[in-house]
Ligand binder design. Sequence first.
Ligand code: IVH
Length: 416
Amino acid sequence: MVLPPAVVAEAQNLRAELERHNYQYYVLDRPLVSDAEFDRLFRRLQQLESDYPDLADADSPTQRVGGSPLPEFRQVTHRTAMLSLNNAFSEEEVAAFDRRVREGLELENVEYLAEPKFDGLAISLSYERGRFVQGATRGDGYSGEDVTPNLRTVKNVPLRLRGQAVPDLLEVRGEVLMYRRDFDALNERQRAKGEKEFVNPRNAAAGSLRQLDSRITASRPLRFFAYAVGAVEGADLPDSHSAVEDWLQNLGLPVCSERRVVHAVDGLMRFYRQMGERRSGLSYDIDGVVYKVNSLAAQRQLGYVSRAPRFAIAHKYPAEEANTEVLAIEVQVGRTGALTPVARLAPVFVGGVTVTNATLHNEDELRRKDVRIGDTVVVRRAPRMRWNSACPQPVRYAALPWSDCRTRPLRAAPAG
Ligand code: IVH
């Protein structure tokens, strides 16, 4: 059937319009229209595509809802390897990194780009002439799983790059994650449906991205942040990493606004401390910050050792989560008479301190979570927990069953 030109034009306009609204909403956080108006445009496009099947286009915004399940994931080879980062855990290790960089470059003072280390999962997005054609997990760094249909459902992943000067080929590297508030809402829904809750946003993001049925992925609120490029053809890269990230942002990709250009160990440590203070207030989990030598020429000069760059390092924060065993469950009586069950734990180092007890909130929560003596639990620092205002001495740690992907250890006899 020949497509009427007016229909083709209307579909094209709707697609451009819907992608613009997605961009405004999910990348810029500045919606231009109401949800109802967005839905109206979306349904009109769906209608046209169902009336005229020849309009089908993999990068239509209607494809963001997912499609038929795959039998398995295909393996794909990354054009350029996705490397890992070396870690630093102390100021001394950061100073040693900066010293190696200065010696390698024969410079007194080096400029770095500092940004959060997102606690999600690394992926690579490929764009050909501005169209999103493939998305893959990191895998072993050289090849990963083709999760293209799933990544199409991630609302802030552009299906087409913006602007006139799009490269012929672009591999974008970044992280898929789930905002904390979206994670809480997802768990709320899982609970209401009587389905398994996720232990943390990272597990929820990983589990959601690795679904053979992309409609399930579409129902999960995933987000993407770009932080580097792999292969690039048909464009001249700017000469610094910070400018590369600005360039990615101008192409319509979501880039985190927390990035800063800093100098020397002092600048790195100041950024680390400032992010550390703001960490619990961010919308997403981070497990450290990443420092990258800003000049791309200097990056090339420094090169790689084994599988990690010499020009970058991850400076980690103390873990906010750890596994431990429930030794006993006691009940605290609050000033107002409210009862709070508290788990006594085998001491565990988390969030920079040793934790020996954690709130189980209240009896309902205790029953729902079904935490028992002898269980292994995940202890998590407080930021995400709901406060029980009646709790006399706030217990700053919350315990969750450690049930994801591993078998539970044998239980001791239930508490009396
Ligand atoms: S840059 C050549 N920047 O950390 C450098 N990585 O342990 C490539 N990650 O696999 C990585 N946030 O998944 C970079 N802002 C960030 C990051 C980041 C998280 C992850 C990435 C990588 C892992 C390395």
